[in-house]
Every structure is written in C-alpha cells, then in structure tokens.
Design a protein around this ligand. Sequence first.
Ligand code: CP
Length: 312
Amino acid sequence: MRDGGGSLVSIRDLDRQDLLALLDAAEGFLAVDAPVAHRARLAGAAVGLVFCEPSTRTRVSFELAARRLGADVVALDEHHSSRSKGETLIDTLATLRAMGVRQFVLRHAEDGIMARLRDSLPPGSGLVNAGEGTRSHPTQGLLDALTIRRHRPDLTQLTVTIVGDVAHSRVARSTVAALELLGVGAVRLVGPEGFLPPPGQMRGERLHDLERALSGADVVVALRIQRERMAATEFPEARSYRERYGLDVARLERLARPDCLLLHPGPVNWGIELDPDLARWPRNLMREQVRNGVAVRMAVLATLAEALHADA
Ligand code: CP
C-alpha cells in the first residue's frame, strides 16, 4: 500500500496498482473452494473486530473473511467491554495487542479517528477502516468496484449515477474514489440540495433532476438516507422523497440504459429509496455485493498481514 503499511484507512491509501491487486486477489477468493482453501494464510494470527456503530454486512463479512484465512477472531462488544468504564479506544487496542491481536477492524462514527488511531497504534499492528463517520468506508468502495468490474470490465465508458443521501454517505465517497482509480467515464450525484456534497468536494456532476441523472446511466447506486447522521429537521418527508428520488422497476427501465445495473450498499429502506418491486429485479446486484464483500475483506486482511509481516 502506498502509505498505509499494514493499515487501510482510505481508498486514498491505494494507488491504481494496489487497487487492481486487491480486486484481483478478491477474484481468487470468490472461487468455490475459498471457504476452506486458504486456512493456512493467517493461521496463528488474531484479528480484532471493534464495532462502535451497528453493522451486519461489514462485521459478519470481516469475521468470515478472517476465519476463512485461518485467523482467530476477537469481537469486542463495546457495551460490555471496559470501554463502558471509560477506557480509551487506544488503550483498548493496546490491551488487545498485548494479547497478540495484530490486525484491528474498526467502525466508528467520528470523522478523522482512523488516521489518528493508525498513527498511534501499538507497534506491529494495523488498522482496517470498516466505516468512519461520513468520511470513508474503503472496503465497501472496493466491493462496489469489484461488483461493477465483474459485469463491466471496462469502466472507462461507464456513466455511474449515485442517487440519494450522498452528503452523509461514506460509501459514496469511497466508491467514487475507487471508481476514479479505475478510470470511470462519468459520475453523477443526484438528490435534493441538502443531500449533495458541497460543489468541488467530490467528483461528479451535481444534479437535482432524477430523470436527467438516470438518462443513459450504465450503473445506478442507490443510497440509504442516513437518518442517524442528520437532525430531524433535515429528514425529508418520505412520500415526497419517494416521488422525486425513489427508484422502481418502471423508472429504471424507462430512463436508464437497457442493461443498467443497480447497486445498494444496504441496509435498504424499502418503499423509500427502493420500491419493493426491485427486490427480485434481475439486475439488482445487492446480494452479489454482499457476497463479494467477504472476498474483498479476505483480500484486504491477507494483503495487510503480509505488509505487517514484512515490517516485523
Ligand atoms: N454496507 C454496510 O456497511 O452495511 P452494514 O452497516 O450492515 O455493515
């Protein structure tokens, strides 16, 4: 990795070559024998999962990834750990390090915490960002890029439209950063003004008109409204939001390209950003994203373990 050593804090830690190597490694981990074939890779190592915000997909997929690589997994339950007695996060990581944990997988609500912790980690350990505030979710960016690349290997001609609460979305930031490294043709960001990042903060054409944003789109990424990251007054009225920005089969088939792909990082607010009729739509790749997430996290943990080993 360019600057990260044994850590992955942001897609910005990667250059194009690093990104391609991770995606290629993840392809290998998608093979049918992957759940049992790589158990020697991290045998004897221990991975610590520290999730200070809720998660299903990311937490479970990191756990499966670590186990499929043969590692021991320690999952800290924040509310029943000494964090609830005021222990700092860095003391918690140092305590786990003293028990032999070298790789930490952390989810946290605070923007900027990952870089700070990475710089003060106990020697010989690495940090993987599993979701940081509104800023960054690099392994989601990688799995989105992998999912798109498996269907559309040449991204340079693709138009990718991201719909919804982009402003509060760490997924959108990391996915766009990963797609940029792959040379994506065009990115469009569409939603109400309060849901779009300030001009210039993220690559992408800012739009308010869904019909224009979907026109000719090859890939549509729908986002969940991040209710937990906004004041109640910022939350739009569900019916008017659905009417203006909700996606359904008819809308996608009428406006986007005939072979358009749909992604969503999950969890979904069905009936708000996605109509339930999209659950079984053949070009809805949500479940494929989840499956690819395990392979991507195996690739990240294995690659970072090698970097840690080289530093030792
Ligand atoms: N996409 C994602 O991060 O989902 P979880 O919150 O379930 O991990």
